[in-house]
Ligand binder design. Structure first.
Ligand SMILES: Nc1ncnc2c1ncn2[C@@H]1O[C@H](COP(=O)(O)OP(=O)(O)OP(=O)(O)O)[C@@H](O)[C@H]1O
Length: 235
């Protein structure tokens, strides 16, 4: 079966610094792949390239069989939640949902379904600027799913949010995957690793692939090594 996303040798240079040094990634239908990395390793840079927000310097990217340098049609099938709060801050939750559905071709029935799934009923009149992180991420996810995307890309979707919102978000993602969706997410906390099918670990501009348990063990190993070295320096 054709992969949903296929990246080959992607290189990105920002301000003369080569942030991505040859990214190779293939993601299949129904997969949930986490792009993991410590602070500043380039997760956001990579996710923005995959979502077509920024152009990359070299390499190729195919999404849903389309070469992304040759057209934009694939963007109709993408959903995106960025790390920055990117909704219309002065508008209410319902106004955001209505407006984004109009822009992206979402149906009224989809709005209703997402409001129910993410339990947004009591928030509809609230300006999104006033929402705490958990509520905001629930609204951001609802907006990203309005066009029934085939590929959802999200950066730190469940970082620093309350457990209840995290549970609703993960249930919604699970349903999205069961209905044929595919999910790529940037994350920097190993607490969430068991939610993933595969981890693509970004370090020094390249990806290494792990099973979730292997990634957690590798993180623990690096953490202990770091502590040991810090101890040596302190001694
Ligand atoms: N527009 C830009 N111009 C120059 N350098 C940039 C730009 N955007 C990011 N960078 C640099 O590229 C590197 C990767 O940044 P990026 O935000 O992609 O990392 P990240 O892994 O998402 O980090 P975080 O965990 O802090 O979100 C950093 O060194 C950052 O300073």
């Amino acid at each position: 079966m054709q992969p949903v996303l296929k990246a080959r040798d992607i290189v990105q240079v920002l301000n003369k610094k080569t942030v991505l040094k040859g990214i190779n990634l293939e993601v299949s239908v129904g997969e949930i792949v986490g792009i993991f990395g410590t602070k500043g390793t380039g997760k956001t840079t990579l996710l923005h390239l995959l979502a077509g927000i920024d152009q990359f310097k070299s390499g190729t990217l195919e999404i849903l069989g389309q070469d992304t340098k040759k057209g934009d049609a694939y963007k109709r099938h993408l959903g995106l939640v960025t790390q920055e709060r990117s909704l219309f801050q002065e508008l209410s939750v319902l106004e955001n949902l209505d407006f984004i559905a109009t822009l992206r071709g979402g149906q009224r029935s989809t709005i209703k379904q997402l409001v129910d799934r993410l339990e947004l009923q009591d928030l509809l009149k609230e300006p999104v600027a006033t929402l705490d992180n958990g509520l905001f991420q629930r609204v951001a996810l609802a907006c990203a799913l309005l066009n029934n995307p085939k590929l959802l890309i999200a950066d730190e979707l469940i970082k620093d949010i309350d457990f209840y919102s995290r549970r609703l978000i993960m249930q919604t993602i699970k349903q999205f995957l069961q209905e044929g969706g595919t999910f790529i997410c940037g994350f920097s906390h190993m607490d969430y690793v068991n939610q993933l099918n595969r981890v693509a670990w970004l370090s020094d501009g390249q990806l290494t692939f792990y099973q979730p348990a292997e990634a957690a063990a590798e993180w623990q190993r690096q953490f202990e090594e770091f502590n040991l070295r810090s101890g040596e320096i302190n001694d």
